[in-house]
Design a protein around this ligand. Structure first.
Ligand code: SAH
Length: 268
């Protein structure tokens, strides 16, 4: 039973990470287990929800592009109502709540109603997906930094400035980019990136459905189509996208996967 009451109307905005529950923060796992009401995006892995109490109410409020989805306004109303009713409300989002997650809008809506919000960061897909296939996004031998960019331009929203990004030497990590990969690659080449710049796509990272495709800017879109890569996927563009492939090939060929030994208790 969750005996703790939510006396002062508060919502916990929690990052659920990319998939595997082992990648949750300790705080996220604890809050999920203690929640009375969970409002969950559809990118949140089912295995994460197994940590919730059997008595908790789990409400799916997904917003996947092109699917029937709950309006943002309704999600705000629901959070406000449940928090005011004194319930421990956890708003659970894939990855990190503040990285392409509308977390900022939700914080504003809740605070405007006098509801406290605590944000618990999560591991964002833009970090987790490249890492899953051995790509170090800021390897200093290749890139001075990394830019997280959306590949999805909403009506009226500001799209990325691809020619400026092309001119930078930054690794580009593109969220929501699968459907627009051809246009993105073309814009980057027109902006001056070499057509043979390495590119990679990682879909459903840290889930049993994880897949990766390695290509170049010139071949990215056709490689995605040929391999049937679907959302959710992260695109990585830049020299770093050629790294890590050997490690993964070794694992695929049956190299033993290292397991973590339980740490010895006490201080050595
Ligand atoms: N807040 C989330 C991002 C939400 S936007 C985060 O921080 O990760 C949704 C996009 O995130 C997807 O279209 C995809 O580009 C990416 N994404 C989320 N989970 C992913 C996963 N497990 N593997 C690959 N990409 C993922």
């Amino acid at each position: 039973m969750n005996a703790i009451r939510n006396e002062q109307a508060r919502v916990w905005l929690v990052g659920a990470g990319p998939g595997d529950p082992e990648l949750l923060t300790v705080r996220a796992a604890r809050l999920i287990a203690q929640a009375e009401v969970l409002l969950v995006d559809d990118l949140v892995d089912r295995r994460v929800l197994e940590l919730a109490s059997p008595e908790a109410r789990v409400l799916a409020v997904g917003k996947r592009g092109g699917c029937v989805s709950t309006s943002q306004r309704f999600i705000h109303t629901l959070m406000i109502r449940e928090a005011r009713a004194g319930h421990r409300v956890v708003r659970l989002k894939g990855g990190d709540p503040f990285v392409f997650g509308r977390g900022g809008e939700e914080v504003d809506a809740l605070r405007a109603e006098g509801i406290e919000v605590e944000v618990v960061p999560g591991i964002t897909a833009g970090i987790a997906a490249p890492a899953a296939v051995g790509i170090p996004v800021t390897d200093r031998r290749c890139a001075p930094g990394v830019a997280f960019v959306t590949g999805h331009t909403q009506d009226g929203g500001a799209g990325a400035d691809w020619s400026a990004l092309a001119a930078s030497r930054l690794t580009l990590v593109v969220y929501m980019g699968v459907a627009h990969a051809a246009a993105i690659a073309q814009a980057l080449v027109e902006g001056g990136r070499a057509p043979d710049t390495p590119a990679a796509a990682i879909s459903a990272a840290h889930t049993p459905q994880q897949r990766q495709v390695r290509a170049t800017l010139a071949t990215l879109a056709s490689a995605l189509a040929a391999h049937g890569v679907k959302s959710p996927a992260i695109l990585v563009i830049g020299e770093v996208a050629a790294l890590g492939a050997d490690t993964l090939a070794a694992v695929a060929a049956g190299a033993p996967t290292p397991t973590l030994a339980a740490p010895a208790r006490g201080v050595a």
